[in-house]
Design a protein around this ligand. Sequence first.
Ligand SMILES: NC(=O)c1ccc[n+]([C@@H]2O[C@H](COP(=O)([O-])OP(=O)(O)OC[C@H]3O[C@@H](n4cnc5c(N)ncnc54)[C@H](OP(=O)(O)O)[C@@H]3O)[C@@H](O)[C@H]2O)c1
Length: 319
Amino acid sequence: MTASATTPAPSPAPRRFGVLGTGFWARTCHGAALAAHPDVELVGFWGRDGGRAAAAAAEVGGRGFDDLDELLEAVDAVSIALPPHVQAPLAARAARAGRHLLVDKPLALDVAAAEEVVAAARAGGVASVVYVTYLFQPEITGWVDALRALADEHGPWEGGLFRWAGSIDVPGNPYAGSAWRRERGGLWDTGPHALSIVRALLPPVRRVAAGRGARDAVNVVLEHEGGAGSALSLTLTAPAGAGGSFATVWGPGGRHELPRFTGTPVEGHQRAVDELRRAAATGEAHPLDVGYARDTVAVLAAVEEHLARPAEQRTTPVR
Ligand SMILES: NC(=O)c1ccc[n+]([C@@H]2O[C@H](COP(=O)([O-])OP(=O)(O)OC[C@H]3O[C@@H](n4cnc5c(N)ncnc54)[C@H](OP(=O)(O)O)[C@@H]3O)[C@@H](O)[C@H]2O)c1
């Protein structure tokens, strides 16, 4: 894995933000957060469909753009809410144009595309933050800080179980029509959330193995540097009543459950904006920058590589 830091050149904190994307999350989270943020301006939305970009702007704020270069000219930073394989090349283009990056998870659907964003962020000297929702909620970051303090006192965490399950087939779910989710499943959609907690507490992931469950469900075994081991259970098609997320971590400091957070995604996004602005102004790489996001993509890609093996090469039959 690469070192995560992509040190930005210090620059004025970005004030003018543009949203790339016009879907549910672009409008209700990224756009709504920027429109309500006291220190920044929502310049508008870019979408491949100019009509949808104009409609998003009319609903949330700013104006609609169908020419990406025109939007990039008008902003200091972009906040991207697009399918990951669409996000990565556009993020690289924005970074090379000198625009700071607030990207969503996962950064890309393959390591090469993720590394292209990291290279572009370095070349453009821009700050970047990936919006891994849980790590922008105070109940979660407070819990992570407390567990890190316990590990300092008692010794490192030895393992954990991480269940992340969405239910996109339950009526009313806004992501039912999301093509990339249907194609790539919970591994790529909920996996980055689970890994955000795993990576906050356990050493770097060195090796993976995985098996399949119902529909898109994937069960992953992670071996960490230094000997810790953890397991993920991921899906985005959990039946009604079987979704949700929970995590347990253990070690010499005891056994601990991930708490629920009570804040909203909009509040979390506004914190991500604040942290991006701080990283740009100080020139200090954010710990959750595109280099960090690249390393998460590397874990997910390794799992996918494992799953692509014929069943007899990745599992042992029971006799
Ligand atoms: N952090 C979180 O908790 C959280 C929650 C939800 C979503 N997200 C992330 O937000 C991102 C977007 O998610 P989503 O649910 O909005 O995705 P989605 O429903 O699959 O995608 C919808 C948007 O992508 C646009 N799009 C699709 N293909 C495109 C292309 N080739 N070029 C340009 N635009 C294209 C669509 O445009 P059209 O309208 O023109 O089709 C629409 O605006 C994902 O990375 C997802 O993981 C994160």
